[in-house]
Design a protein around this ligand. Structure first.
Ligand code: 2HG
Ligand code: ZN
Length: 462
């Protein structure tokens, strides 16, 4: 242990597990953005709420910055530690704590992986319905800290809807018990909701009480091929008015090319410009008939050129892989990511405008479009062209984001739909939030963390 501050940390928190190997600093100091060079002071791996409190009391007394850390699958740099911060990893606090059948809640430690939460809920015959591709690696604490969305928001809403209570340790080491699992609680400010999407800047989430619900009947997955993006919203309307959708996702031919190159199986013989994956309840004749009616209506109108419905769970997984595999398939091109949202009704005009804008400014860019179209949420990944240098590419992408931010402002959209602001988008926060709102956000930050030690530099600079 070289840094004397760590000796004092161990004095205040005897038995605390610490990692300081260069490989660990590298591993825990970065997230999936891969843009910043990790340089944390050390990694603290507490095993209890009391240890988290002791760490934060120490950090506050010693004025050491702390980066709360979950699965580090974030795409906005929210978990990056590049300036000598102490990384506070919740990785060892990964257990379910309590299930209540009457309340239909599951209380878990914040370091539990989303997939483990799913499995724990299933053991009780219920589901925790928030879901997305990083389920195996992301942590529930990180999901809450970013108000993660994913593929079933259209049916179940964002993480925010599923949090009945939170335990949070503040910058000074106080333990807050927020909402305590209540359904009705009209007793003033709801700090639970404030902590959700705060990206580790207001407190460290250590435990969460999650709402659970009944599992849906078995699902069918349908993949549709579309001739153009202009018909996307018509197809959406045709399906939504006939049935309850569990997902409605889209991707382009470029996205599919990358996923196929990464080992997935081609769904159709021909190539189509746009694709939709939709999911609905199966085993219910009325739902299946409604899906067929929607499909036929779309074919008749020429809005859909081909389609396939899963006949087994394995085929459903195969179809989902075409959509869920995109992030991994494009990762080797070091994509610059945009995660934006507008109201669903504004989606066609917004997409047309942004496509034209990017195409005009950077016609040589390989842009992969996909996302949760049923939630008005687009993922725009710009892939780094071969031979372009990293700095030049970044500069061009920042320019693209500036153009996007301007359009978003006109459309009253958001620069971050579900990934958070972190480091990547903090320069564009004012495209989504007004000056009075940002001033209040800073005042709230000051009230919770007067020394500015919790995840400094994320979301905004003080
Ligand atoms: C998804 O919807 C994730 O697959 C990742 O939000 C999006 O890689 C991305 O840009
Ligand atoms: Zn997404």
């Amino acid at each position: 242990m070289t840094d004397p501050r760590l000796d004092s940390l161990l004095q205040d928190c005897p038995g605390l597990r610490l990692k300081t190997d260069p490989a660990d600093l590298e591993h825990y100091g970065r997230d999936w953005t891969r843009r910043w060079t990790p340089a944390p002071l050390a990694i603290a791996l507490p095993g209890s709420v009391e240890e988290v409190q002791a760490i934060l009391r120490w950090a506050s007394a010693q004025r050491v910055a702390v980066v709360p850390s979950g699965g580090r699958t974030g795409l906005s740099g929210g978990a990056v530690a590049a300036h000598g911060e102490l990384v506070l990893s919740l990785e060892r606090m990964n257990k379910p704590l309590a299930f209540d059948a009457v309340d239909r809640t599951l209380t878990v430690q914040a370091g539990m992986a989303l997939e483990a939460v799913h499995n724990a809920a299933r053991e009780h015959g219920l589901i925790y319905p928030v879901d997305f591709a990083a389920r195996g690696s992301c942590s529930i604490g990180g999901n809450i800290a970013t108000n993660a969305g994913g593929i079933r928001v259209i049916r179940y809403g964002n993480t925010r809807e599923w949090i009945a209570g939170l335990k949070v340790v503040t910058a000074s080491g106080e333990l807050l018990e927020l909402n305590k699992g209540l359904i009705k609680n009209s007793s003033g400010y709801d700090f639970r909701q404030l902590l959700i999407a705060s990206e580790g800047t207001l407190g460290v989430i250590v435990e969460a009480t999650l709402k659970l619900t009944d599992p849906p009947p078995a699902s069918n997955v349908m993949l549709l091929a579309l001739p153009s993006f202009e018909v996307l919203m018509q197809v959406f309307a045709a399906f939504r008015e006939r049935m309850q959708l569990q997902a409605f996702e889209f991707f382009t031919d470029r996205a599919l090319e990358h996923v196929l190159a990464h080992g997935a199986q081609a769904p159709f013989e021909e190539v189509h410009p746009f694709y939709v994956v939709t999911e609905f309840a199966a085993g219910d004749e009325a739902q299946e008939a409604a899906a067929m009616a929607a499909f036929e209506a779309c074919m008749e109108q020429g809005w859909v050129s081909d389609g396939v419905v899963s006949q087994s769970e394995a085929q459903a997984a195969q179809l989902w892989r075409l959509r869920e595999g995109i992030t991994e398939a494009v990762a080797r091109y070091k994509p610059y990511k945009n995660d934006v949202s507008v109201r669903i009704s504004a989606m066609p005009a917004f997409m047309a405008q942004t496509q034209a804008l990017i195409g005009e400014a950077y016609p040589h860019f390989d842009v992969v479009w996909f996302g949760h179209i049923g939630d008005g949420n687009l993922h725009i990944n710009v892939l780094k062209p071969d031979g372009t240098d990293d700095a030049e590419f970044l500069q061009q992408c920042e320019h693209v984001t500036k153009l996007l931010a301007k359009v978003l402002k006109d459309f009253d959209g958001s620069i971050s739909a579900e990934h958070g602001i972190g480091l990547v988008k903090k320069g564009y926060l004012d495209s989504t939030r007004g000056p009075a709102e940002i001033a209040l956000m800073k005042a709230v930050k000051h009230a919770f963390d007067p020394q500015g030690l919790l995840n400094p530099g994320k979301v905004f600079d003080l």
